[in-house]
Ligand binder design. Structure first.
Ligand code: ARG
Length: 303
């Protein structure tokens, strides 16, 4: 197995000669998912284009039901579910993907990188997931990048399933300079992808790795260098068009190996995934789409 140097790759030419996923060190699958109940969920401002015009239009009871179905889907798939306690003033806290990146470092230690939120109103959320991580045996690495740089956790930094490699989106909510420190903290290479369309403001809105070989991607939202490297590394690239991507097709989440939850509106992508042999759980995340999020970013996978 090849232990690749913890460094940042941005172009195909940066990859070492003969680079292949199968030759990378294995990484264990997540044990479960941290979720945060949507007790305080609401849309009160516009942090991303999907939120425009939605202030005051959230059906809270429906949001509760939709969230409950996602939680149950994780449990049914055999994932352990851990819950954060929602903070009163944090209406976005249900999107707990953004406030940290959890993983395993090169020495096998559970490691947590706290998020550095773009919006002030989301900063208090970070302490809650970091406290959870600390209580659950994670080492917390705070100094992975200069203070002042932004990092929105697992919304932008995504583990390659089963391998010691991270994909790092940047441009709208995360600054690219953080990825050197992210690579060092986990002892893994990071493939950095520039996000080029403000609609797809987190990597998890246009890219989701489903297994070692397969990725769902809306290529128009990623730079051409980025798309080239995605096509070089993944054996199977499932293309998602703009309409499906706006319905959050790429914010599908793995519930367990081979089991994918996706919003029912992204039905073309759901069918495609069924044809490819995945067990697809179709969910309604309509209230959360009003805030620019769906299944993927409503959880933070832990190991
Ligand atoms: N309203 C939230 C925000 O703009 C949504 C976050 C969705 N997260 C994600 N990783 N896509 O911050």
């Amino acid at each position: 197995m090849t232990q690749l140097h913890p460094r940042v790759y941005e172009r195909v030419e940066h990859l070492p000669q003969g680079f292949s996923i199968a030759a990378l060190e294995p990484m264990r699958a997540p044990a479960g998912a941290v979720l945060c109940p949507p007790d305080r969920f609401d849309v009160i401002d516009v942090k991303n284009p999907f939120m425009a015009g939605n202030a005051g239009h959230v059906d809270k009871e429906l949001a509760r039901q939709e969230w409950g179905a996602l939680r149950d889907a994780f449990s049914k798939a055999g994932a352990r579910v851990e819950l954060l306690k929602p903070l009163d003033s944090c209406e976005d806290m249900v999107f707990c993907a953004n406030t940290a990146l959890l993983g395993i470092d090169a020495e096998g230690r559970k490691t947590c990188l706290p998020g550095r939120m773009t919006f002030d109103s989301r900063r208090p959320e970070v302490d809650v997931i970091v406290a959870w991580a600390r209580a659950n045996g994670y080492r917390i690495v705070d100094d992975f990048a200069d203070p002042g740089l932004r990092f929105e956790g697992s919304g932008d930094a995504i583990w390659h399933p089963g391998r010691r490699l991270l994909w790092g989106g940047y441009g709208w909510r995360t600054d690219p300079q953080v990825y050197r420190g992210v690579a060092e903290a986990f002892g893994v290479p990071v493939i950095a992808l520039a996000l080029t369309d403000s609609t797809f403001y987190h990597l998890d809105t246009c890219f989701v790795a489903l297994d070692e070989r397969t990725v769902l991607v809306h290529a128009a939202a990623i730079s051409s260098d980025g798309v080239e490297i995605v096509r070089r590394v993944f054996e199977r690239v499932v293309e998602v068009d703009a309409d499906e991507a706006r319905r959050f097709a790429c914010n599908a989440t793995l519930l367990g190996p081979g089991v994918v939850a996706i919003d029912r509106r992204a039905s073309a992508t759901g069918s495609r995934l069924r044809e490819l042999g995945y067990d697809v759980v179709s969910l309604d995340t309509g209230e959360f789409l009003k805030s620019g999020g769906s299944a993927y970013c409503m959880k933070n996978a832990f190991f």
